[in-house]
Design a protein around this ligand. Structure first.
Ligand code: MUC
Ligand code: MG
Length: 367
């Protein structure tokens, strides 16, 4: 069972509603589909979202690194030699989502070969995850209307509010309007995508102290180490690392430096293999984790579900799984459904990431 070929196929699907946040915005899903074939004809799939403002990758850089750097080194390697594959991928620094996609495609093939769902191979903890929806920048009344619509339509009652704007009262007001409109039972948290300074974040925390927010993600630039450490030490709620903890080493560093006391885990940037190492590290240190969103398509989201449902530590909190709803279409062969605020793990062998061939032909941009 050796890797015979790895393709990286760029495609583009427009968004119905663009998403705006402190570090950038998304109007089209200009992603890359990674397709890995073995010498006996098994095909593994994974989605790769270019996020230049987070990891420095672009659609072209992902295609190039997968086809020109990873594929030549990986062809001929046995599909079950996962540590060997990791070693080869990590000879190249950065390129987080490109590595993540190759790893997920490898797991997809392993599951299909063994005739087992990958979620069971990883841990098999549960069969569904509670969904958290991410709300981009909008005027406060529109945010509330959208959140109420999501609660009504999908049963979602956990919301991540994108923040990091100036003046600070824009986000403080948005959080207040959401809390008042959604009531006490809704779970609310904020993600500033490094938009504030540590002192501004501390001020936001003071002015929202009565809103029962769960945590604040990536408030400021974590490289400003003393400011971040001071914020974590003084904050009444956890401070989560997202883009400051894109891999195992950085996640460990952020926790040990006092730069965060909660971790976002994203399969799009860590694959399943490195994400599992991050989860194990966090569990051992008594650090909570949650499954984050890389503004994923359904193909990407299904990978998050498969992984998040595999471990007790990742299944505890609501997972960010619903932003594919902002897209006009998707490649996933069996569309996801959100019922009573939950997404079920797909049944059947592999990682559930099969694509609709006709749609791939329609949306691919390399022909
Ligand atoms: C998030 O949680 O930050 C926005 C940028 C990115 O890399 O991911 C998204 C969501
Ligand atoms: Mg984030």
């Amino acid at each position: 069972m050796k890797i015979a070929a790895i393709e990286a196929i760029p495609y583009s699907i427009p968004y119905r509603h663009p998403l705006h946040f402190a570090s950038g915005s998304v109007h089209d899903a200009d992603h890359v589909l990674v397709r890995l074939r073995t010498d006996d004809g098994v095909v593994g799939i994974a989605d790769t979202p270019p996020r230049p403002y987070t990891y420095g990758e672009t659609q072209k850089s992902i295609v190039a690194v997968v086809q020109d750097v990873f594929a030549p080194q990986l062809v001929g390697v046995d599909i079950f030699d996962r540590e060997k594959i990791q070693e080869i991928l990590y000879r190249t620094i950065h390129n987080q989502t490109a590595k993540g996609a190759v790893d997920i495609a490898v797991w997809d093939v392993i599951g299909k070969t063994l005739g087992q769902p990958v979620t069971k191979l990883l841990g098999g903890y549960t069969d569904s995850l509670r969904v958290s929806h991410m709300l981009g920048f909008k005027p406060a009344p529109e945010l509330l209307a959208l959140a109420l619509e999501f609660r009504e339509t999908y049963g979602i009652n956990t919301f991540k509010l994108k923040t990091g704007r100036r003046p600070l009262h824009l986000d403080i007001e948005a959080a207040r309007v959401l809390r008042e409109g959604l009531g006490e039972d809704a779970e609310l948290y904020m993600d500033a995508n490094r938009g504030w300074s540590a002192n501004e974040a501390a001020e936001v925390l003071r002015r929202t102290a009565d809103l029962g927010l769960q945590f604040l993600e990536e408030p400021d630039d974590a490289r400003e180490i003393l400011g971040r450490r001071r914020l974590v030490a003084s904050s009444p709620i956890p401070i989560a690392a997202d883009e400051s903890a894109p891999n195992l080493g950085e996640a460990a560093k952020e926790i040990l430096n006092g730069g965060a006391n909660l971790l976002a885990v994203k399969t799009a940037r860590s694959g399943f293999t490195e994400a599992a190492k991050i989860v194990g590290m966090a569990e051992g240190l008594g650090i909570d984790v949650y499954i984050g969103n890389q503004i994923d398509t359904q193909v990407g989201t299904v990978a998050s579900v498969v992984f998040g449902a595999a471990f007790a530590h990742t299944a505890r909190r609501a997972a960010e799984l619903s932003n594919y709803l902002d897209m006009t279409d998707d490649l996933l062969a069996e569309p996801l459904q959100i019922i009573d605020g939950r997404i079920r793990v797909p049944e059947g062998p592999g990682a559930g990431t099969g694509v609709n061939a006709e749609k791939l032909e329609r949306y691919r941009t390399d022909r």
